[in-house]
Design a protein around this ligand. Structure first.
Ligand SMILES: [Zn+2]
Ligand SMILES: [Zn+2]
Length: 186
């Protein structure tokens, strides 16, 4: 679906409703780039032209695959974004009021085509949390060996004791084991 809409079509119709898919394989967020589940987001947008402005409203829904911030496991994050914006076709920006206008989402616009993709991306980015957990009580990783404690809730770490004695940095335990194994094989 093409999300570029001609301004003159909106003015002629006064009201337009659009529904479709915003297709994307990967999507950039401020925390990283993630795979989009089913390669699409569901979008519904209404456009209303009144008195020299175009008012845009709607939603975008979909799912992305994002690593848990605690255990790093890839998990599904559902996104529900609110699309909103006002395209002011007749006024120039008044920088004295710019703070208020930021809040109102006003875009001063003189072009022929409105690219709704920008509004869709904005809504998705704003809807994504800074911190994402695979589940509320995610137990994270063992700080000594990196074992996923959700999968192994009874994990008693062999590296913990050595770590506490300060004999070896157990983050390297796996490397040491590997080295021992290689040497034994020779
Ligand atoms: Zn997790
Ligand atoms: Zn451990």
């Amino acid at each position: 679906m093409d999300w570029k809409i001609k301004v003159k079509d909106i003015i002629a119709n006064k009201k337009m409703k659009l529904e479709g898919f915003y297709e994307k394989e990967y999507m950039d967020f401020h925390t990283g780039t993630y795979r989009v589940i089913d390669r699409k987001f569901h979008v519904k947008i209404s456009l209303v032209y009144t008195d020299g402005t175009i008012i845009v409203g709607g939603f975008v829904k979909g799912k992305i695959e994002r690593p848990c911030d605690r255990c790093l496991k890839l998990s599904i994050l559902e996104l529900n974004g609110t699309i909103e914006g006002i395209y002011d076709l007749k006024n120039e920006p008044n920088f004295k009021d710019s703070e208020i206008e930021d809040l109102k989402n006003v875009i001063y616009y003189k072009g022929d085509i409105i690219d709704l993709e920008e509004r869709i991306i904005e809504a998705l980015v704003v809807s994504a949390p800074d911190v994402f957990l695979c589940k509320e009580d995610c137990k994270g990783l063992c700080p000594f060996c990196g074992e996923n404690l959700n999968d192994h809730p009874d994990h008693t770490c062999p590296g913990k004791e050595e770590f506490e004695k300060g004999q070896v940095d157990t983050r390297f335990r796996k490397l040491i084991d590997l080295k021992d194994e290689l040497e034994n094989n020779n």
